[in-house]
Design a protein around this ligand. Structure first.
Ligand code: F3S
Length: 641
């Protein structure tokens, strides 16, 4: 049986498993990337592993999220990451050099390679034929140390594109169309492979717009073949030698096939507050617009920006509309400046922002209260723009410009003729904002790691013995989210590398006294109801309780990703064999967990409070058992070295 593109890359990188869908596979990772918001913790974790030099082919540390300064915290984080990169063999992409995914595509991505990044839009790299996946910071730290990355082997969806896009209809409209078809849950458990004759017209950055938004489908990743279009892009980037051809076998088998006819595709728009609430732009004609934002890792390539500049040239945006434009990288910005297109953008009345995530995470350009904001970005969740009642719509750059020029949602096809865009055959290569690491040996050894007061050590778990005595320090009900455990938000964001500071807010909406009581107890258990830990994949929701001394969490049931994070942290996650036993434990009870080693083998654990005995369950893979016994993933990896 033939293989899909993704199966070929997985096979070439397979360390463990047999590629049966639904089972765990362990992969060798060639490249990693981090951004600063998640990167500080990833590098603290890497430091705790004690590996002197990254073992990947290439690892890059980008600064693109918290680029605006409001105090010393972000600057401290940047300096720490820069010094870690220099000492341990990573390239460091300075603030201003661009958004991690855009820069990685331009300068570092290679067809056929594996990439994991501590950012959920890492699948952008699928546009150049990489198997590129978003991962937790700890997973990235382990991969940097040469460790294996584990995923559940996905099933395969093939999307065939036929025909040709009309003027003013774009790769972004293809992204929105597949979201309309599959919904935000439709990609879960799948890799989405793009093919068919229609892909020949799509450049690598356009393909990357599509793979970027595969994240919104919930897909493991999305991928395009590596063909002559890929080769031309790499040649323009001055690195044609990085090209290798990559295609699926003619007899490759897919679990589902979807056809999209580009000839009939119309401009699309995702309505508030979900990327799959997609309709035709024409159907919202006349909706008043307050703000327009062009950029983000989805739509900030040179091609996007040249189209925007050409449509704005000689025109002025409406006085009631505020327009921001953030080119995706320094390369894009320089080329816009050199060819005069930047001048056309500035003359139109747009505000040019730095090459960073910016408005995408509510940094420096939020909508007015209740305002309508049209954005070329990938997410429009309630409140993400920084304005709680802002109404964010997702569109292509062409639709964004049409709104900025008319003050209302307008089908861009009504703008008239699409100006001819001539793409340069060679891009301007300038890597001065990428700092190389120190040479391995004395030079690297001499590099001092710069830890300002905002950088605190990453907590480490304790090896698990055969018994655990501890107090049930907190008893909570059903559906506790990661936001309950570790709130997010602007007062927290600058402290992602400061677990002791964050710990003051742990469970603050449930019980303000928890942090102090847990710290005083030294060791503790948390008792929870159904679906404990639902919500985000935030690893801080495990690391902060670990810091406060939590050794086991005992619940009626867990959310899947949170269990993995607890095990990674070295916290034992167990469930009641009989959920009714939840009622037999009260907050403050002194509990004893016995026969832990035997329990790891049998899956049954015994909990006593001196009188009654309660049976608990916990089934773990061999790797998870090893992690729990070692005191978490970092200690486990340390043992393997
Ligand atoms: Fe940045 Fe937004 Fe992309 S935060 S990495 S531009 S999704």
């Amino acid at each position: 049986m033939g293989l899909t593109i993704a199966q070929k890359i997985i096979k070439a990188h397979l360390r463990e498993g047999d590629m049966t869908p639904g089972t765990e596979v362990g992969l060798r990772i060639d490249q990693t990337l981090t951004q600063d918001a998640t990167g500080t913790m990833a590098y603290l974790e890497f430091e705790a592993m004690g590996v002197p030099r990254v073992k990947t082919d290439l690892s890059v540390a980008y600064i693109d999220h918290n680029t605006l300064q409001s105090g010393f915290m972000n600057a401290d984080d940047h300096r720490f990451i820069q010094s870690m990169a220099k000492k341990h063999g990573l390239k460091f992409s300075r603030p201003g050099n661009g958004i991690c995914h855009q820069v990685h595509l331009e300068r570092f991505g290679k067809p056929g390679k594996t990439l994991i990044g501590s950012d959920s839009h890492t699948p952008t790299g699928g546009g150049i034929g990489m198997l590129a996946m978003g991962a937790g910071g700890l997973d990235v730290a382990v991969a940097m140390g040469g460790g294996t990355y584990y995923i559940t082997m996905p099933k395969m969806i093939r999307v065939n594109l036929t025909g040709h896009l009309k003027p003013f209809v774009t790769a972004k409209d293809i992204s929105l169309e597949i979201l309309r078809i599959l919904s935000v849950k439709g990609g879960v458990g799948y890799i989405i492979e793009w093919g068919g004759p229609g892909i020949r017209d799509l450049s690598v950055p356009e393909r990357a717009t599509i793979t970027n938004m595969g994240t919104e489908l919930g897909a493991t990743t999305s991928i395009f073949p590596s063909d002559e279009v890929t080769r031309a892009f790499l040649k323009a980037e001055g690195r044609e030698e990085d090209w290798t051809p990559l295609a699926s076998d003619p007899d490759a088998v897919y679990d589902r096939v979807i056809d999209i006819d580009l000839d009939t595709l119309e401009p699309k728009i995702a309505c508030p507050h979900s990327p799959d609430a997609v309709v035709d732009v024409a159907s919202l004609k006349g909706t008043k617009v307050d703000q327009v934002c062009i950029g983000s890792c989805t739509n900030s390539s040179l091609f996007d920006m040249l189209k925007v500049a050409a449509l704005l040239k000689g025109k002025t945006i409406r006085p009631e509309v505020s327009l921001s434009i953030s080119p995706g990288s320094k390369q894009v910005l320089r080329m816009l400046a050199d060819c005069g297109a930047l001048s056309d953008i500035i003359a139109s009345g747009a505000r040019v922002l730095e090459c960073a995530c910016g408005p995408c995470i509510g940094m420096g350009f939020s909508p007015n209260s209740g305002g309508v904001s049209l954005r070329t970005f990938n997410r429009n969740f309630l409140g993400r723009s920084g304005t709680k009642d802002g109404k964010v719509y997702l569109v292509s750059p062409e639709t964004a410009v049409a709104a900025a020029l008319t003050g209302e949602i307008t089908d861009p096809q009504l703008l008239g003729e699409m100006p001819e865009i001539t793409m340069p055959e060679a891009f301007t290569i300038d890597d001065t904002a990428v700092i190389e690491p120190a040479a391995e040996g004395p030079e690297a050894d001499a590099v001092e790691i710069l830890k300002g007061p905002n950088i605190k050590e990453c907590p480490l778990g304790e090896p698990l013995g055969d018994e655990l005595y501890a107090e049930a320090i907190l008893k909570v009900g059903d559906n506790i989210t990661t936001d309950h455990i570790m709130p997010a938000g602007s007062k927290i964001l600058p402290y992602r590398s400061n677990i002791p500071h964050l710990s003051q807010f742990c469970f603050e909406v449930v019980d303000e006294t928890f942090p102090e009581r847990a710290k005083a107890a030294g060791r503790s258990f948390i008792i929870g109801g159904e679906n404990y830990g639902q919500g985000s994949s935030r690893e801080h929701a495990a690391l902060v309780p670990l810091y406060l001394g939590v050794r086991a969490v005992i619940t009626k049931s867990f959310a899947r990703i949170h269990v993995a994070n607890l095990i990674n942290a070295g916290i034992l996650p167990l469930t009641f064999e009989d959920p009714a036993d939840y009622d037999r434990i009260s907050q403050g009870d002194e509990l004893k967990l016995t026969g832990i080693r035997e329990g790891l083998e049998s899956g049954v654990f015994l909990l006593t409070d001196g009188e009654q005995q309660i049976r608990l369950k916990g089934e773990f893979t061999e790797r998870q058992k090893g992690m729990l016994l070692a005191g978490g993933l970092l200690r486990y990896v340390g043992q393997e070295k």
